[in-house]
Design a protein around this ligand. Structure first.
Ligand code: SAH
Ligand code: SF4
Length: 347
């Protein structure tokens, strides 16, 4: 069954066959610019609203919601029509609000320290399932406007390019969120980076680097065996030439793995030619990875060393870590749910 945010405007026009164009505009505007539920689009006749809700149900059902940071961070766990679970996180800051969305149910990239990677891959999300996370977060935010979207939830967005890209264009053109306020985070899927470079919208690109040494990166982010650091750097140079946009690197700080002075120097040599900004992320512990996060004092030393080498670096203030709502993180509990589902499927 087609769900509500799956249809393009043309498909909606076909569905509302016989209705005048202004009606289609009212429905579209109500759904996307105003983030309304169909029954709230009161400028269209009631019968049409009812028919519309029945024909096009929502794809996401809220399973659980958890708040942290005095309500400034809200993690929502959604069930998809086939029962799989994904999460989105809404983060309110003083002057802006950001939504972190998932692009896949699970992830096939297998990064050792990542809760999503440890669970494995189920399937790509559809355009509608991605867009709906933004709409539902926006509804949850009430009168606070959503200004930023980050693709840093579950999954590797560039491994689901087509759906993610049509979600991006819908979020941009129909929800009115500027391309410069949309950030795609990738572990380094080189063909996806090249494809992104050829798209028109100048969105932000964040690359989860975590190591500037092929041997270490092969272990913690196995995609590096397919697209090693040299190839990744070439694709990023291409991206920058095409877009004239800066990129940023994400670096989860893992004790004894990527937090030595040598690691900082390798990172500096890698990032300086790319003029990339570095975000240092305190590691969130996950059940499937025994290594600990770098202690906060060492993170600051690492940042200072990078700065002294000429790299712009900031330590990311992780939101909602007490509820494991930091982007890209799933609750251990949810993993158990997913694992249980998987063994139920295979038995
Ligand atoms: N697949 C994409 C986007 C989702 S992950 C990517 O990897 O970039 C979003 C971010 O969360 C990435 O930077 C990822 O490296 C980071 N992340 C994953 N597990 C983490 C953990 N245990 N602690 C801190 N950051 C983590
Ligand atoms: Fe996938 Fe990103 Fe997690 Fe790696 S860090 S397993 S790419 S979600």
């Amino acid at each position: 069954m087609t769900t509500r945010y799956e249809l393009s405007r043309k498909e909606l026009t076909e569905l509302l066959d016989g209705e005048p164009k202004y009606r289609v505009d009212q429905v579209w505007h109500g759904l996307y610019s105003q983030c309304k539920e169909p029954h709230e689009i009161t400028n269209v006749p009631k019968q049409l609203r009812i028919a519309f809700s029945e024909l096009l149900p929502a794809a996401l059902t809220l399973v659980r919601e958890t708040e942290a940071d005095n309500g400034a961070t809200v993690k929502q766990l959604w069930s998809l029509p086939d029962g799989l679970l994904v999460e989105s996180v809404l983060m309110h800051y003083r002057h802006r609000s950001t939504v972190c969305v998932s692009s896949q149910a699970g992830c096939a990239m297998g990064c050792s320290f990542c809760a999503t990677g440890q669970v494995g891959f189920d399937r790509n999300l559809t355009t509608g399932e991605i867009v709906e996370q933004v709409i539902r977060s926006s509804q949850r935010a009430g009168d606070k406007r959503i200004d930023n979207i980050v693709f840093m939830g579950m999954g590797e967005p560039l491994a689901n390019f087509q759906s993610v890209w049509s979600a991006v264009t819908r979020i941009n053109s129909d929800m009115g969120i500027g391309a410069r306020h949309i950030t795609m985070s990738t572990v380094g899927v080189v063909p996806g980076i090249k494809r992104l470079a050829n798209e028109e919208l100048p969105i932000n690109l964040a690359v989860s680097l975590h190591s500037a040494n092929d041997q270490t990166r092969n272990k913690i982010a196995p995609i590096n065996k397919t697209y090693p650091l040299r190839e990744l750097a070439d694709s990023l140079q291409f991206y920058m030439r095409q877009k004239t946009r800066r990129i940023s690197f994400e670096w989860a700080m893992i004790e004894g793995i990527n937090d030595s002075d040598t690691d900082a120097k390798q990172l500096a040599s890698y990032s300086l030619p790319l003029r990339a900004h570095v975000n240092l992320i305190p590691l969130n512990s996950t059940p499937g990875y025994q290594t600990r996060g770098t202690d906060p004092k060492r993170i600051l030393e690492f940042r200072d060393l990078l700065e002294s080498l000429g790299v712009n670096a900031t330590v990311r203030n992780t939101r909602g870590s007490d509820i494991d709502a930091a982007c890209g993180q799933l609750r251990a509990e949810q993993q158990v749910v997913l694992k249980t589902r998987r063994s139920a499927k295979s038995s």
